[in-house]
Design a protein around this ligand. Structure first.
Ligand code: HEC
Ligand code: HEC
Ligand code: HEC
Ligand code: HEC
Length: 169
């Protein structure tokens, strides 16, 4: 009878251990880049893009002002106190202009990072790694969570020293 209880206990111990492991990194929240202007221009051709502020800002120390900007006398004077404006407030004259602004910003850094460090996992031509189907979101969150456990020092170094026109003040 005693052994029977012991066998029952094993899965409980395993479940408990798994839970402790999972708790080391809290769940990540992906941010949907949803710019209302795209809806005004017509339907989205691709699923909206999703990305993780945590992966970019905390893990790889990408400065807020690398993505957010307000230029004054060709200086980026954006601070977190500024209300976050939509990119389309300034780059929204046409769907093409707006798409290029987003792609230049996101893709631009990824492309440069890959040129310097080819094994950096920065999507460029794999459209569906940014334009993520709803059905694949949970998988993407898990994958980011894994990444937050193992920072690639070399990638961090590359990003720190990256100079792309317009990215930094
Ligand atoms: C890799 C690019 C990138 C970096 C770095 C970045 N952001 Fe963002 N952030 C975005 C994008 C894109 C959006 C979504 C904009 C939209 O949908 O119009 C956004 C949205 C936001 C929002 C509003 C929406 C929300 O739900 O959170 C805030 C607030 C914000 N960012 C603050 C910050 C701060 C503070 C930092 C630095 C600690 C930062 N961001 C770094 C790209 C970035
Ligand atoms: C200044 C550089 C920089 C900018 C700007 C930038 N990224 Fe990234 N991105 C990175 C780095 C670094 C990684 C992680 C690389 C790695 O894990 O090897 C990354 C990874 C990603 C990934 C892969 C996540 C995964 O592991 O599945 C996605 C998706 C992504 N970025 C989307 C975006 C989007 C969308 C934008 C624009 C709003 C953006 N990025 C802007 C540097 C940047
Ligand atoms: C690094 C991330 C990233 C990659 C890789 C990427 N995009 Fe995008 N794309 C964006 C973001 C961000 C937007 C603007 C906001 C949104 O659609 O959610 C956008 C917008 C678009 C739009 C306009 C909106 C729509 O759906 O009609 C098109 C078209 C588009 N991308 C096509 C592509 C194609 C084709 C590829 C692959 C060759 C690609 N993108 C790869 C981030 C990316
Ligand atoms: C308050 C207005 C404003 C907002 C909001 C804004 N931008 Fe810009 N952006 C500008 C101005 C002004 C420039 C500089 C144009 C120049 O001097 O060539 C610029 C430049 C750029 C460039 C080109 C960089 C270069 O030097 O060639 C990209 C890419 C870009 N913005 C993307 C974005 C994205 C993505 C967002 C949203 C996360 C955004 N912008 C939000 C005003 C804005």
């Amino acid at each position: 009878m005693k052994r029977y209880y012991l066998i029952l206990l094993i899965p409980i111990i395993i479940l408990f251990a798994l839970q402790v492991y999972a708790q080391q990194v809290p769940p990540v929240e992906l941010l949907e880049v949803r710019d209302y202007r795209f809806e005004e221009f017509g339907i989205y051709k691709y699923p909206p893009a999703w990305f993780s502020h945590e992966l970019h800002v905390e893990e790889y120390q990408v400065a807020c002002s690398s993505c957010h900007h307000i230029y004054k006398d060709s200086k980026n004077i954006w601070t977190p106190e500024n209300d976050i404006q939509k990119c389309s407030d300034c780059h929204g004259k046409s769907k093409q202009e707006l798409t290029i602004a987003y792609h230049m910003k996101c893709w631009g850094c990824h492309k440069r990072a890959k040129e310097i460090h080819p094994i950096a996992d920065v999507p460029t031509m794999e459209c569906n790694r940014c334009h993520i189907d709803k059905a694949n979101l949970a998988k993407e969150e898990k994958s980011i969570q894994q990444k937050l456990r193992h920072k690639e020092r070399k990638v961090e170094e590359v990003i720190k020293n990256l100079k792309v026109k317009g990215f930094y003040k």
